[in-house]
Design a protein around this ligand. Structure first.
Ligand SMILES: [Ca+2]
Length: 369
């Protein structure tokens, strides 16, 4: 893995381990800490103007699950057909520490669960709010506004805490307020609950994935295809067929990784890495023993067949002095010194190094003029 991949991996790992330190929190009180009880919201989170208010848990409505972070978390419900606030889902609202900007992307994680026991006794008996609800995340410019639905979860059916990662990509305006709402999944109404704890901010930009990890033979043709986007920027220590296209068709001559930065329609940048390891057969290597650099097109250059990418060539004169050196040799030597000055005719000694060779390949090369 080369340096670029390592730095991205490091950033990704740091983001997992220390999200707040790297990026700062968008959400005040992201762990929903506050006095526990029914109809209580942990400040500065506030319910919107509805007849149904969130609760700070555990302890209310028979919920006993422990928090994933700190001392408390919240529950919001989807309410069924019975009672004065029937058929209403609950929500909770917050003013962000800083705006989410249109055209940017932001990655978060959130801990979600449902409680299999969540209810109360009513005039029609015990009501259990145990049908999985969906979580909606709205963005707005004023309190409780639903200017934009930024994210919709699958039904939250897990009864143990799970951490979900999600990305918000506002498209219209700067988002100042975020509203979390429980809602019904494919039904007019039913009784359900969602438990929410520990929202963490990860990154404003970077998503990094390993797209491929493969082993091929030296000289094989490899097809690399990036995920769909609007723009592409490739980087690699090895040769590329183009730097800004979606697909690469390569004759592979070196191990290493190919990284593409993809920009999507929302201006969200993410990275994919293709890691390639090659098998090398030393029989492939053919090194000529003379060159005739007279410009007639025949044997003008020291052209090594089966040359791996990132090979290093060194040329020494008869007294053992290093006269030419190139780290990424490209079959271009035609009898010159490293500084370009022409060398006299005669016999020279070469040393070719590659990570694919068990030891340097050496021999004599005659320059005929
Ligand atoms: Ca908490």
């Amino acid at each position: 893995m080369h340096d670029l991949s390592l730095s991205f991996l490091l950033i990704f790992l740091l983001a997992i381990l220390f999200p707040n330190w790297l990026f700062g929190q968008f959400f005040p009180n992201p762990s929903f800490e506050g006095p526990r009880g029914s109809h209580l919201s942990p400040p500065p989170w506030k319910p919107c103007e509805r007849n149904s208010t969130p609760d700070t848990q555990p302890g209310a409505w028979e919920v006993t699950k422990l928090p994933t972070d700190g001392n408390s978390y919240i529950s919001i419900i989807a309410r069924g057909t019975h009672g004065p606030a029937s058929n209403t889902p609950e929500d909770i609202n917050i003013k962000l520490n800083r705006d989410l900007l249109a055209g940017h992307c932001y990655s978060f994680s959130i801990d979600l669960s449902m409680s299999t026991k969540f209810g109360h006794t009513s005039s029609i008996g015990w009501i259990n709010y145990d049908t999985p609800a969906v979580l909606k995340i709205y963005g707005g410019n004023i309190n409780c506004e639903e200017a934009e639905l930024l994210w919709l979860s699958d039904p939250i059916s897990n009864s143990n805490w799970e951490t979900l990662f999600f990305t918000l990509r506002p498209t219209e305006e700067s988002i100042k307020y975020i509203r979390l709402a429980a809602d019904y999944h494919n039904a007019f109404s039913y009784y359900g609950n969602i438990l929410i704890d520990n929202i963490q901010t990860y990154t404003e930009k970077v998503i990094y994935t390993i797209a491929m990890d493969t082993i091929v033979d030296f000289g094989d043709t490899l097809h690399l295809s990036a995920s769909s986007g609007d723009a592409y920027k490739w980087s690699s220590e090895n040769q590329l067929s183009c730097s800004d296209c979606r697909e690469q068709l390569l004759v592979v001559k070196g191990s290493g990784s190919y990284v593409v930065e993809i920009e999507d329609a929302y201006g969200c940048n993410f990275f994919e890495e293709f890691m390639v390891e090659i098998r090398y057969d030393p029989e492939l290597l053919f090194v000529p023993n003379l060159i005739t650099p007279n410009g007639d097109g025949a044997n003008d250059h020291f052209e090594i067949r089966g040359l791996p990418d990132r090979s290093k060539l060194e040329i020494f004169n008869r007294s053992g002095k290093l006269v030419y050196s190139k780290d990424f040799y490209d079959n271009s030597w035609n009898g010159q010194e490293t500084n370009g000055r022409s060398l006299p005719k005669g016999i020279y000694f070469y040393k070719l190094k590659s990570e694919l060779f068990s030891q340097p390949y050496t021999g004599f090369i005659e320059v005929i003029k």
